[in-house]
Design a protein around this ligand. Structure first.
Ligand code: NAG
Ligand code: NAG
Ligand code: NAG
Length: 501
């Protein structure tokens, strides 16, 4: 039976749910009053009583940045985007259970990749806000439980403790997956190497900013063990020496399912051994053309090194740390050896000489290699690849009168993503390029003051996903990076602003 205090809480929660608008529709039309710049961007935060998590440290950053930013439209876009994950996506949080369920925005599921990015720009605030710190730790713990059971899957249902019902994913109907899944736990089981990297990034960023190793519990250790198992399985060629098929994961739609049939009985295109690790789908959740996705391997190489540092600093599992360092080097060597020709990185390769030169907007992408920490933005191979990717040499680059950038087959080649411009800003020190890309993002929110998934080059009021928390977080993270790295471009006083100070 519920005690009286619990009953009151439950009643308060249902009142909130009843009077708070659904943010999917809320974010489709201008809400609060307009900013004072030429764009007049609306205030788009939900009413205070409808916000899903409140952080004094986050509010302080918003107040600081509003006072400092030169451009009032940029200040408004920052004010809307920086808190978006906390304002709208914390569907469940229980500190005692150490569990939190974070949705992506318009889809009620927790993606391993999205959460790592949704929280990336809050990590430096954790020492200042114990509740926020507890929230991030709870996100890590929830994901450790998922990965322990389903290391090949990337998107999940609410934890049973939350009392929230699982939602049905139509795209999963009729899909044959091996190993099989339980759809009460898994929302979608596309194997995307970078999902596992996202979990590692979320964990190590928490540690780097707090020195708190208490997230390392039995579930977390089991999850990491599973990640090493996946790395081992997905490093194998399609056939062994006797042409036995080495298949540890397969996925195929077809037969009337919304999802497409995949060649080779769901195993996709064959691959040779390279030292890199395969993926099945891309960070966009689209099927990969070739198995070795360069940016995901670059990210894995970086995250394995960080993982080793965490183990060494926390003085646990030093043997695993050595293994992680060795794997990191093997993967990075293979990226340089197998994907780069004449200073140009291929997006995907198959180990037989097959290369696909392109980029896809989702991070990890080739444009985001410096953001990921894989190389310096001045590295000649990055400079040459970036130039090619922001030109007609990249099949998924397009440019209209108002908007340009890199898209992907997830939407189509003429609907580039603001996210690709954010990655490009991280990839240059050129003030003019930065300003041009920043203005391009700012001028193309369809007057809604939020970052969308894609924007149409023929009609910049046509966009996808009104509520996409990761894109909002990534934008705010980039603005904070500029506030520290290039303050003269955006801040009134031209002095570096850092969250840690
Ligand atoms: C509109 O702007 C005023 C003054 O800038 C502010 O006090 C008020 O809260 C704003 N209202 C909304 C709904 O954003
Ligand atoms: C974490 O520990 C390092 C020393 O190992 C120290 O320099 C740093 O300030 C600590 N950070 C926090 C947030 O306590
Ligand atoms: C963005 O819009 C502003 C104001 O309308 C305009 O002055 C500027 O040239 C635009 N920038 C770009 C890169 O389109």
């Amino acid at each position: 039976m519920l005690g009286p205090a619990v009953a009151v809480l439950a009643a308060a929660a249902s009142v909130r749910a009843a009077s708070c608008p659904d943010y999917s529709s809320f974010s489709m039309s201008p809400q609060g009053n307009a900013s004072l710049g030429p764009l007049g961007l609306p205030f788009m935060r939900p009413a205070e009583e409808c916000r899903t998590f409140k952080s004094p440290a986050v509010e302080q950053v918003i107040a600081d940045m509003k006072a400092k930013l030169k451009n009032p439209d940029l200040a408004r876009l920052f004010e809307n985007t920086f808190p978006n994950t906390l304002d709208t996506t914390v569907k469940y949080f229980n500190k005692e259970q150490n569990l939190a369920f974070i949705i992506t925005g318009d889809i009620t599921a927790q993606w391993l990749r999205d959460t790592a990015n949704q929280f990336a720009h809050y990590q430096a605030l954790l020492p200042k806000d114990p509740e926020l710190k507890a929230l991030v730790k709870a996100v890590i713990n929830n994901e450790a439980r998922y990965i322990k059971q389903y290391p090949y899957c990337g998107a999940f249902q609410p934890p049973p403790e939350s009392g929230l019902s699982p939602t049905h994913n139509d795209w999963n109907d009729g899909v044959t997956i091996n190993p099989p899944i339980n759809t009460n736990i898994v929302f979608e089981c596309k194997y995307e190497l970078d999902s596992l990297c996202g979990f590692l990034k979320l964990s190590r960023a928490y540690f780097q900013n707090t020195n708190d190793s208490s997230f390392i519990n039995d579930d977390w250790n089991a999850a990491v063990k599973q990640i090493f198992k996946v790395i081992e399985e997905q490093s194998q060629p399609t056939f062994d020496e006797d042409f036995n098929l080495l298949s540890y994961y397969s996925w195929s739609g077809g037969n009337g399912a919304l999802s497409p049939m995949v060649n080779n009985h769901g195993n996709n295109e064959p691959n040779a051994y390279t030292g890199m690790v395969k993926t099945h789908h891309r960070p966009s959740d689209d099927l990969a053309t070739f198995a070795f996705l360069t940016p995901a391997n670059a990210m894995l190489s970086v995250e394995l090194k960080h993982l080793a540092d965490v183990f060494n600093k926390a003085k646990v599992q030093e043997d695993v740390a050595d293994n992680a360092r060795a794997l990191s080097k093997r993967i990075s060597d293979a990226v340089w050896k197998h994907t780069v020709v004449d200073n140009i990185f291929a997006y995907e390769t198959n180990g037989f000489g097959g290369r696909y030169v392109m980029d896809d907007a989702n991070v990890p992408s080739l444009l985001s290699l410096p953001y990921l920490g894989f190389l310096d933005k001045k590295h000649p191979a990055y400079v040459a690849t970036r130039k090619l990717l922001l030109s007609r040499g990249n099949p998924y680059y397009s440019r209209g009168k108002q908007f340009f950038g890199v898209g992907g087959p997830h939407v189509d080649a003429w609907d580039p993503w603001p996210m690709s411009l954010i990655s490009s800003i991280y990839g240059t020190d050129n003030d003019k390029e930065i300003t041009d890309m920043l203005e391009t993002i700012l001028n193309n929110t369809a007057g809604l003051g939020l970052i969308h998934e894609s924007v149409n080059i023929y009609n910049n009021h046509q966009y996808t996903r009104s509520w996409f928390a990761w894109a909002n977080s990534y934008f705010a993270e980039m603005v904070l990076d500029l506030a520290e790295r290039k303050p003269h471009l955006i801040l009134k006083d031209s002095k570096p602003y850092r969250l840690q100070d």
